[in-house]
Design a protein around this ligand. Structure first.
Ligand code: ZN
Ligand code: FE
Length: 262
C-alpha cells in the first residue's frame, strides 16, 4: 500500500488482481472514505479495518468486472453509496447515485467533478478531485484504454479533456501497464528525451516493485503517445512517416490501431 497526501484528502493505493490498482480516498475534513473501482472487496475491507473507518462510497469509472466486482460485497457490508455514470447505470451493479458532467456526486468535504471519457466503454467517466484524477481505463501511464465500445473520435475527445487538466494533476489510473506502454511509445517517438528519462525512471521503480502510478498530466502530455498528437511537430512527423492525413485525430487513430496490433 502507498499513500499520497493532497490538501483535502489522502489517497491510498492498493495493487489488486494481476495489474489493477484500487484507490481509497480518505477525506481530511469529513468521515468520507470512498473507494474507486473496487476490483476485490477483500482488499478494501482489510484497508477499512486497518484505517478503523467504515467505507462510505464506491466511485465506479465504468462497468468492467475488474472495476465493479467488489460492489456487491462492499455494499452489503458497509451499506455504502454506489456512484456511477447515469449513461451506464444499467451496467453498474448496485448503483445508487447516477452522475454526469452536469450532475456531480456530493461527498462531504470533497469537491468532485465528473468528466465523460467514453471510448474504452460507452458511459466511462473520470472523477476529478482538486489535483487528483481517477480515470479508470481511459488514460494509462504512457497509454490509453482499448476501444471496446467507443469510436476513435470519442476517445480522442475524451483524452483531450484529460490533457486540458492542470499539468500538476496526479493521474491515478486503474492499471499498472506503464512499462509495456513505454516500449510501444519508444517505437513511435524515438527521439523524445523526456520519454527516455521516463523509461529509465519507471523501469527502476518496477525493479523495486514500486508503482509507476500516479503519473501527472504534464508527464503524460510529454511522453504518452496517445496525447502526443497534440504536439504539432510530433503530429506532422508521424503523419508524414505513415503517409496519413496531418491532423491529430488521424494520427491518434493510427497510433491506437498500431498499438492494438503491437
Ligand atoms: Zn476496463
Ligand atoms: Fe480495467
Amino acid at each position: 500500500m502507498w499513500s499520497y497526501q493532497h490538501q483535502h484528502f489522502t489517497v491510498h493505493q492498493f495493487p489488486a488482481l494481476n495489474d489493477n490498482y484500487i484507490y481509497l480516498i480518505e477525506a481530511k475534513n469529513s468521515d468520507v472514505l470512498a473507494v474507486v473501482d473496487p476490483a476485490d472487496a477483500s482488499i478494501v475491507n482489510q484497508a477499512c479495518e486497518n484505517l478503523g473507518k467504515p467505507l462510505t462510497h464506491i466511485l465506479n469509472t465504468h462497468h468492467h468486472w475488474d472495476h465493479t466486482d467488489g460492489n456487491k460485497a462492499l455494499k452489503q457490508r458497509w451499506n455504502c453509496m454506489v456512484v456511477g455514470a447515469a449513461d451506464d447505470a444499467a451496467r453498474i451493479p448496485y448503483i445508487d447515485t447516477q452522475v454526469s458532467e452536469k450532475v456531480f456526486p456530493k461527498l462531504d468535504g470533497l469537491d468532485i467533478q465528473v468528466l465523460d471519457v467514453s471510448g474504452h466503454t460507452l458511459g466511462h467517466i473520470a472523477y476529478v478531485i482538486d489535483d487528483a484524477l481517477f480515470c479508470g481505463d481511459a488514460l494509462f501511464g504512457a497509454g490509453c484504454g482499448r476501444l471496446f465500445e467507443g469510436s476513435p473520435e470519442q476517445m480522442w475527445q475524451s483524452l483531450q479533456k484529460l490533457a486540458a487538466l492542470a499539468d500538476t494533476t496526479q493521474v491515478y489510473c486503474a492499471h499498472e501497464y506503464t512499462l509495456p506502454n513505454l516500449r510501444f511509445a519508444r517505437n513511435v517517438d524515438a527521439d523524445n528525451k523526456e520519454l527516455e528519462s521516463r523509461i529509465h525512471r519507471d523501469t527502476q521503480a518496477r525493479m523495486k516493485k514500486q508503482p509507476t502510478i500516479p503519473s501527472n498530466i504534464a508527464l503524460e502530455k510529454a511522453t504518452n503517445p496517445f496525447l502526443r498528437p497534440l504536439d504539432d511537430v510530433f503530429m506532422h512527423r508521424y503523419a508524414k512517416a505513415q503517409h496519413i492525413d496531418a491532423n491529430a485525430l488521424a494520427v491518434f487513430t493510427h497510433l491506437r490501431q498500431s498499438k492494438d496490433r503491437w
